[in-house]
Design a protein around this ligand. Structure first.
Ligand code: 2BA
Length: 109
């Protein structure tokens, strides 16, 4: 058995969870925050049999879009002044960041 951990954009979650539950997959949804943008995203935990992993990642890929987001980043004004000025940088976020890990035990007690 595998645990699929998918970090996705909040805007994609609704349709994604709908498609996963339609496919009879069990999903746990966690409200999370990205360390870089410090804005909300959603982490889904999906426990599946090994042979289902490809189907689950396909559903995730079909529902998650890549987005470009502007973020304000501090930069030193001069090397030694210690003064920082913010400047905008563009980052590409998603579609989804997915980890697939082995499950040692799956218990329902
Ligand atoms: P954030 O950490 O808020 O990152 C949002 C986006 O900012 C990232 O998109 C990436 O394009 C950019 N980014 C992140 N760290 C950066 C850095 N040090 N320098 C320049 N750009 C940087 P994604 O890669 O699609 O990641 C989306 C979210 O997925 C992340 O939100 C984080 O919550 C999670 N994530 C991504 N990779 C991860 C990893 N290896 N471990 C744990 N969480 C991860």
């Amino acid at each position: 058995m595998k645990l699929v951990i998918a970090i996705v954009n909040d805007e994609d979650v609704h349709h994604l969870v709908e498609d996963l539950t339609k496919g009879n997959y069990r999903v746990t949804k966690l409200a999370t925050t990205g360390g870089f943008l410090k804005s909300g995203n959603t982490t889904l935990l999906i426990g599946v049999e090994d042979e289902e992993v490809d189907k689950v990642t396909e559903i995730i890929a079909n529902n998650c879009q890549t987005r470009r987001q502007m973020v304000s980043s501090p930069a030193p004004m001069s090397g030694t002044s210690g003064v920082f000025i913010p400047y905008p940088i563009e980052v590409k976020v998603g579609g989804a960041t997915v980890f697939v890990v082995d499950v040692e035990k799956y218990l329902k007690l």
